[in-house]
Design a protein around this ligand. Sequence first.
Ligand SMILES: [Zn+2]
Length: 505
Amino acid sequence: MRWISWSRVNGRWISGSRMGRSRIRGRLPLRVSSLILLTAFLLHGASSEKRLAVYSTAANYSLPVVQRDGRDYVGLLELLDPLGAVNAKAVGPRWRLRYNNVFGEFTAGQSHARIQGRDFDLSARFELDNGRGLVPVASLASLLPRILGGPVTLHEDSARLFIGNIATHFTASVAGDDPSHLVFRFTSPVNPTIAAEPGKLRMTFTREPLTAPASPTLTFGSTSFPSATYSENNGAAEITVSTTLPLMASFSNNGRTITLGPASVQQTAATATRGSIAAQPTANSAAPQTSTVIPPQAAAASASAPAIARRYFAVIDASHGGDDRGETLSTTLAEKDVTVAFARRLRQELENRGISTLVLRDSDANVSLDDRAFYANSFHAAVYVALHAASSGHGVRVYTALIPYGSDDRGPFRSWTTAQSSYLPVSETAAASVATELKKQNVPVRALSAPLRPLNSVVTAAIAVEVAPQASDVAQLMSPDYQQLVVSAVANGIAAVRDKLGATP
Ligand SMILES: [Zn+2]
């Protein structure tokens, strides 16, 4: 498993009627200056559900915030889960937590807790909700260092939590040679949602630990860009640029530089064609029934050939591969090899159930995340299953995409990073069915949503299945018995809902 950094995708707003051939060619490590068309979008408010954004070196993710007695709470197990080996058990009113080698004990209705045998006071009562331990968000800055053993910074008002010394800083200045261009430089790659309205351009960063500049208001001494402001709200950071120009944004320096400059009509038309990825040229773009897909092979063979790929019901993606080894599971075992082994078995199990299946990576090849999504979409599969392996945790985790909020499709344009949105219900159906079948085999299983690429870019039911050993013996991941146990349950889960999955074109 490799948790994503959203910042590595150049999330482009796109239009046009053909699908992503440029994606396939775009395997260059640097996607230099991909242009974004900005003029037509309206600013939307972010989704109203409150979430806590968590940034750490292990993972960037977000969790739902729930209200108890007017206070904000989050599930402690869910919060710790991406960070290390964690489990919890409720016994009556007591809730015992183990994170790596740290033990904690909490009691429903009490603010008093014990961590590693020492007292700890929460800012409000601990809550137990169907065995799920909830702690007040306000306590996280003091509670988490006791569990994680390192520094934690909480921006409580904006619901952003920074674990460890992790932060992306930025500077902004007018280009020295051209005052009509404003250049943002970031210390790490970024991939904001960008929206524009007359006089304003807003960049929203939900997946990046962007931190405030010295002053929240920036001025540039430029008539084109009177000022910019930095703010944080509901798990996101925003930079709003006031401007007198219709603007385009271009990304360069591997996502570390964003340049805003004037847009011309000719430029924007050219960009729309060149940057097109997934096409939904209709106002109601929720369903992709009308999208035309040209797989690169067909396009290369004959530009005029009808763009019909063989239809596979399931696409199995053996995650990682080539230079990307995935997690180093042991001195001799790389995740990329485990995922291929699982993928081949899963294909066999699905085929045995009459489900036509393609394995996306059946060799030790480099395949980019964007290309994986592109291939999955090209084949019009009814379900996409990414396979991962992990040394930590027990059993299987089944993930559906966590779509970055506040980056919904706008007008006729669809966002590559949120293409999965309208398929989430069917993805969740698939995930639930797979989890049910795993449970029947007594494999510990959890169903989660996570910002795990490329799930968010897949336009069909999409899940990721991450397999960890049942106990702690990593070698079990290569055990034929264990592999077979897991893949046959996954195949059963998919077969059980095949009618529901098949409903999409
Ligand atoms: Zn992985």
